[in-house]
Design a protein around this ligand. Structure first.
Ligand code: NAD
Ligand code: 89V
Length: 338
């Protein structure tokens, strides 16, 4: 399978390493407007460099493109890929608006190709172990969940745009945590949210607390903060607390999965540190390889990815609803919002 990467920035390096570890896939070309970035990435991974995505798509014979640019360029690039008739992975946040997202999904559908959003937190090894345990009925039928990401880690040095964008934590990080809540408890009927900005040096909100009702009756609390100064620093761990009618499940700091159903079972679900990975990012880096492997499995089998464009529309709708709810101090009915 031949692929090409568009956007050779901070995070794309993980994606390139991830592809290098997947059998039967070769990234033959990379594209970035920035000459230093495209040339460095092309040399490091042995691919042909391009300055322009349209030119690359015309010149190369590709099965898929992997779009790793920031959100403003996602719609034109996804539409370009659809016109070229290739499968598409696009980084989160998928789109700036619901209207853009719908147009991008329609374009890839019309081309008869597969579209996956790179919303990778549900593929973190520890989160995946918890999802599997819940799906296997380890604690019976869940009725309450808390999906929590609280950190004081400096994300702004690697991703400076996070300090200047008007929207921060819900759009960048909450989107992953909302997606994990959907993977655990299914679709959402209502959402209400509060937001705060604690760090006065940034433009957007760095704390968000969301209350969700799910179609299956579960109530979940989804909370995110980049203003939490505590030890141990848990970046980039997602912590969980789930109550079911037969017991409880917790994903604690240090990738410790605890299942209590009378007896207590404690599992070490720490992610592997891949040869190219570095702590503390190894958790996210492993999830990149897993979600990319899932995409390849879907292309081979014809299955839709878990975070297909259609599926991710529901996660994006939660992001929009959270901003609306926090601004208007209202509770949003999600059945009207998608
Ligand atoms: P970045 O700014 O470091 O890199 C983006 C690159 O895209 C830049 O080099 C830029 O020149 C290039 N680019 C932009 N528009 C282009 C175009 N039309 N054609 C060619 N090149 C173009 O950004 P980043 O921090 O790597 O983030 C990229 C995306 O990855 C964002 O959407 C971000 O939210 C996401 N991200 C995801 C995760 C995750 O775990 N899933 C983690 C970090 C970042
Ligand atoms: O995963 C992400 O999307 C990253 C980070 C973990 C820093 O929020 O932007």
């Amino acid at each position: 399978m031949k692929g090409a990467l568009i956007g050779c920035g901070f995070f794309a390096q993980n994606q390139m390493h991830g592809w290098a570890g997947i059998e039967g896939v070769e990234i033959v070309a990379v594209c970035d407007r920035d000459p230093a970035r495209r040339n460095e990435t092309a040399t490091r991974f042995g691919a042909r460099p391009y300055a322009d995505a349209a030119e690359m798509l015309a010149a190369e014979d590709l099965d898929f493109v992997d779009i790793a640019t920031t959100v403003a360029s996602h719609r034109p690039l996804v539409e370009l890929a659809a016109q070229a008739g290739v499968h598409v992975i696009c980084q989160k946040p998928f789109a700036e608006t619901m209207e853009d997202a719908r147009a991008m999904i329609a374009a890839v559908d019309a081309a008869g190709k597969i579209l996956m959003v790179h919303d990778n937190f549900r593929w973190q090894s520890a989160v995946r172990a918890a999802i599997q345990a819940v799906r296997d009925g380890a604690i019976g039928t869940p009725f309450f969940g808390r999906v929590s990401f609280r950190s004081g880690y400096d994300v702004f040095s690697g991703q400076p745009y996070l300090a200047t964008d008007p929207r921060f934590i819900i759009q960048d990080l909450g989107i992953h945590i909302l997606d994990v809540a959907r993977a655990l408890f299914g679709d959402v009927t209502t959402l209400s949210a509060t937001t705060r900005r604690i760090n006065s040096k940034i433009r957007g909100e760095d704390v968000a607390t969301m209350l969700l009702e799910h179609e299956n009756g579960v109530t979940s609390v989804v909370d995110c903060s980049y203003a939490t100064k505590r030890q141990p620093e848990t970046f980039p761990e997602t912590l969980l607390e789930i109550d079911g009618d037969k017991g409880t499940l917790r994903l604690d700091a240090g990738y410790r999965l605890v299942i209590q159903t009378g007896a207590e079972e404690v599992r070490d679900v720490a992610p592997a540190v891949l040869p190219w990975a570095e702590r503390p990012w190894h958790n996210i880096q492993k999830s990149v390889q897993l979600i990319q492997q899932h995409f390849v499995d879907c292309l081979r089998s014809g299955m839709q990815p878990e975070t297909s464009g259609h599926d991710n529309l529901k996660t994006l709708a939660l992001v929009e609803a959270a901003y609306q709810s926090a601004a208007d101090r209202t509770r949003i009915d999600m059945r009207a919002a998608e």
